[in-house]
Design a protein around this ligand. Structure first.
Ligand code: HEM
Length: 202
């Protein structure tokens, strides 16, 4: 298992490979969401039930990818979950090959909470040409969501993903876990990913 120092080093390497500088890398780790005023905004109370997801997270250990049609694989992932004072979270999930560090799957979007409820909507655009909406509930430090709408570009790779389910939870060690299952035109609902992240921001 990677130590905090190793995790920080992987994060710094990934950040520099993504075009950041030494200075921007360490500044981004120290600050929360960046806004034009340069001040970290006050968290909107609506998102308090999801505040356990906030931060920059790095896979530790590498994630596990599986599916009946695929050879099992591992991947690294860097996650940014921020807010800018609005009643929603902003997220990006950036996966990398564990050996070559080449970028792989990427997605970004928003997580919204219906005010005065535990109902959550998750909106995501993925580099594979998929755009999806998942909805579900947050209960304590666990968020369970399932897709009700998936759209794709006309030339996205086959097979088509028809349904997606995810669970995010903060485990007893303070690590974030994500599990993703999916159904495609060839396979019923089956797990595709499981990953544990260590927080790299305070
Ligand atoms: C919600 C997010 C994701 C969805 C909906 C998704 C969907 C899919 C689908 C439909 C396939 C084709 C399966 C088949 O051929 O039967 C696939 C393959 C694959 N996925 Fe994902 N995926 C997601 C996230 C990720 C992530 C985070 C990684 C990490 C690197 C990843 C890595 C792969 C790999 C390596 C393959 C096999 C090679 C390829 O087709 O590119 N996926 N995924």
């Amino acid at each position: 298992m990677a130590t905090m120092a190793q995790t920080g080093e992987i994060h710094r390497i990934l950040d520099l490979e993504l075009g950041g500088t030494q200075e921007s890398s360490s500044r981004r780790r120290k600050e929360g969401a960046e806004v034009p005023t340069g001040k970290t905004p006050k968290m909107n109370p609506v998102i308090e039930p999801l505040s356990w997801m906030l931060g920059t997270w790095l896979s530790d250990p590498p994630g596990d990818g599986i599916y009946p049609t695929l050879e099992p694989f591992h991947y690294l992932e860097e996650v940014h979950i921020t807010h800018v004072g609005q009643p929603m979270l902003n997220f990006s999930f950036n996966a990398f090959h564990p050996d070559t560090k080449k970028p792989m799957h990427r997605e970004c979007g928003f997580i919204r909470l219906k005010p005065d409820s535990n109902k959550v909507a998750f909106v995501s655009a993925q580099n594979t040409g998929i755009v999806e909406v998942e909805e579900g509930e947050v209960n304590g430090q666990e968020l369970c969501i399932a897709s009700h709408s998936i759209a794709r570009i006309s030339f996205a790779a086959e097979p088509r993903v028809e349904q997606i389910m995810r669970t995010f939870r903060l485990n007893a060690e303070g690590r974030l876990e994500q599990t993703v299952s999916m159904a495609t035109t060839t396979q019923p609902m089956t797990q595709h990913l499981h990953i544990t992240y260590k927080k790299v921001t305070p």
